[in-house]
Write a protein that binds this ligand. Structure first.
Ligand code: UDP
Length: 319
């Protein structure tokens, strides 16, 4: 494996209503980066925060020339904010991480070391989940195992995989070529391929504020994840159709047998109602699945930009 050098390391940090934690984040990250003695830039993306996040970023910028910030025109969501940051990377390697200290800056040296060894994509995965309920743990565990079954070999996920990743310039350029509107970055970082390595950390509890994910957003996130990487649900309706037809055929033979050989009067009404309701359910589920894909095709063909920038203040490295 060919060793790689870092001239400039860019850190991309999406921030949505994180005013309380930004200063501490900046302090911890710069402490770690200075100890590594590499040139760096911190690209903060203000994703339409309604608190004082932007003011905090301006203060950080005034005090530290390595800071750059992108102020988006409104809240576009974390995926879009990450893309905005990655589009502005000047370095030859980029790290994407959360601004709420859920992703420990102390892992950066390990990631940089793996990059220097020659890896292009370095994923961070948490090994222990402190402060997460058993139910949520079970739910995310079963989500990932279902996802892996659906997605096939090109992308395999593990419980504990994070949007905390280091990308070499080569890997980053590949990610930037993926211009899809519905982004599931965790999957995209794997889908691009290249030599990759996973580094582990112990997940702590959140430092400040609560997670901004509601149950509904988690469901949308899961549907996005599945529809971005799998066509299996679309085949589901065909398989279900075949299965139902098979049982209907057997049932028909049974009824014919009963009428012809046993002379039984067939009770039609309850059977009919049950079958009609069952089939309606099957049809609606299939339509719903197709609808999910059609909706995404609709969003993609509109080809709208993923975000708009209200203000961009570059770091000293780009200015
Ligand atoms: N975030 C963002 N836009 C959003 C929601 C979140 O940029 O609409 C940022 C947030 O500031 C944080 C990261 O994405 O840096 C992760 O957010 P959060 O902690 O809410 O998600 P979780 O860690 O629970 O997945």
């Amino acid at each position: 494996m060919k060793q790689q050098k870092i001239e400039l390391l860019s850190i991309v940090i999406p921030a949505y209503n994180e005013e309380t934690v930004l200063e501490r984040f900046h302090e911890e990250v710069t402490g770690i980066l200075r100890s590594l003695s590499i040139r760096y830039e911190l690209i903060f993306v203000n994703d339409g925060s309604s608190d004082g996040t932007l003011e905090k970023l301006k203060q950080l910028k005034a005090a530290d020339a390595s800071v750059s910030f992108i102020d988006l025109s409104r809240n576009f969501g974390k995926e879009s904010a990450m893309k905005a940051g990655l589009d502005h990377v000047a370095g030859d390697a980029a790290i994407v991480m959360d601004s709420d200290l859920e992703h420990p800056p102390s892992l950066i040296p390990d990631m940089v070391a793996a990059y220097r060894e020659g890896y292009d994509v370095i994923h961070a995965r948490s090994s222990v989940r402190v402060g997460q309920s058993r139910a949520r743990h079970l739910l995310s565990g079963s989500f990932y195992s279902m996802m892996n079954r659906l997605a096939g070999d090109e992308v395999q996920f593990a419980d504990g995989d994070k949007d905390f990743v280091l990308l070499s310039r080569k890997a980053l350029d590949s990610v930037l070529q993926l211009s899809e509107y519905n982004r599931f970055s965790k999957g995209l970082f794997k889908w691009i391929g290249y030599p990759s390595k996973t580094v582990y950390f112990e997940q702590g509890t959140r430092e400040e504020g609560a997670s901004k994910w509601k149950l509904t957003s988690l469901i949308t996130y899961s549907i996005d994840a599945i529809t971005s990487f799998s066509l299996v649900p679309l085949r589901f309706s065909s398989y279900l159709g075949l299965l139902v037809s098979f049982f209907a055929f057997i049932y028909m033979l049974v009824i014919i047998g009963q009428t012809v050989f046993l002379g039984n009067q067939v009770a039609g009404f309850p059977t009919l109602v049950t079958l009609v309701l069952f089939m309606s359910g099957v049809i609606l589920i299939s339509l719903g699945i197709i609808g999910e894909y059609v909706a995404r095709i609709f969003l993609e063909v509109k080809g709208r930009p993923i975000y708009f920038v209200n203000e961009y203040v570059p770091s000293e490295h780009e200015a």
